[in-house]
Design a protein around this ligand. Sequence first.
Ligand SMILES: [Ca+2]
Ligand SMILES: [Ca+2]
Ligand SMILES: [Ca+2]
Ligand SMILES: [Ca+2]
Length: 311
Amino acid sequence: MLQRFCALFLLVLLTTCDDGDIINITLEFDQELQRCDNFENFYLIYDTREDPNEALILTLPKPEYDYLFDELAEDAVTTLSISSATGIRFNYRTYNSVITEGALCNELSDPNLILDNDYETNTGEVIVDVIIVDDDNDGIPSFEEDINGNGNLDDDDTDLDGIANYLDRDDDNDNVLTIEELDEENADGDDDPLTNPLDTDNDGTPNYLDNDDDGDDILTRLEDIDEEKNPRGINNLVPDENGVDVYRYLYNHPTAMEAFADVGFNDNEYTRSITTNFTLINIGLEIIDATVIELGSFASPNQTFTTVIED
Ligand SMILES: [Ca+2]
Ligand SMILES: [Ca+2]
Ligand SMILES: [Ca+2]
Ligand SMILES: [Ca+2]
C-alpha cells in the first residue's frame, strides 16, 4: 500500500512540477516522524532521508500545540494553518551529507553537515489526526473484551470495579493478572487464548473472568497464605494427590480450602499510545507542487495510568 502510494505520489510530482523541468524530488521518505523537544519555543517534527540528503521539517510552537501529543490529546482531527500568525512553518531542506541522528535538533552536533537549499512555505494547511489507543496489555485484544458484544467497550466491567475490561489487567479482581489466567499451553495450537480458555472448575466461566477459579467457594484472592495479593506466590503451592505442586486457588481439595485475610486488590495499570499523523495540503512550494503531502506519523512515548482499586 505504502509503495503504491509512493509510486502514485512520484507520478503526481513528475507531472506537476513547473517550467517543464523534471525536478528530482521523489519524497520517498519513510513517513516515520521524529521530534526535537529541546527548543524552548517550538517543536520540530521531521523526516529525513539519505541520497539525496533531504529533510521535511514542520515547526509547531510550544506550548500551543502540546495538546497534539500530551495527556490532553484527544482522538480527533484538527486543521491548522501554516502562517506567520500561527507560527507554524514547513521547510523542505537539502544537505551536503547524511543527516545523522539528532543533527536537526542540534545544528552544531555535526560540523560537516551543510545546508544546501532551504525552501519554506508561508501558506497551506496541516491536517492533524490524533489517534489514541488505550490498552491493558493483558493478552486479550481490546475488541475481544467486548463481553456483551454490543460494540461498546466501556460498558463491559466483569468485576464491577469501575474499570472496563479492556483497561483492566485483572478482569475478575482475583489478584491474578488476566495474562496469567489464559490458555498459555496453547494445546489447540491456534495461538488464540480465547478459543479454549482455561476453565479449571469447568463451570463455563473462564478463569480470567472467574473470581473462584477452582469452584471451592473460597475466592481466589483469599487463597493467598502470605497475604501478599498474589495467589500465584510460591508459598501458595501445595502438593496434589500425585505429589505435583499446584496453586491453592486452582486446587479444589480439602487440603487447600482455607480463606486467608482479605488484604484488598492490586492497583490497576494501563497504557495509552498517542500517534499523531500529519498531512500537508496546498503548501504552494513550487519545488514540491503536489497538493497533498502525507508527512507521516509521530508516536509519542506511551503513558501509563495507575488506578487504586478500593475495597
Ligand atoms: Ca482486560
Ligand atoms: Ca484475574
Ligand atoms: Ca471457571
Ligand atoms: Ca477458590
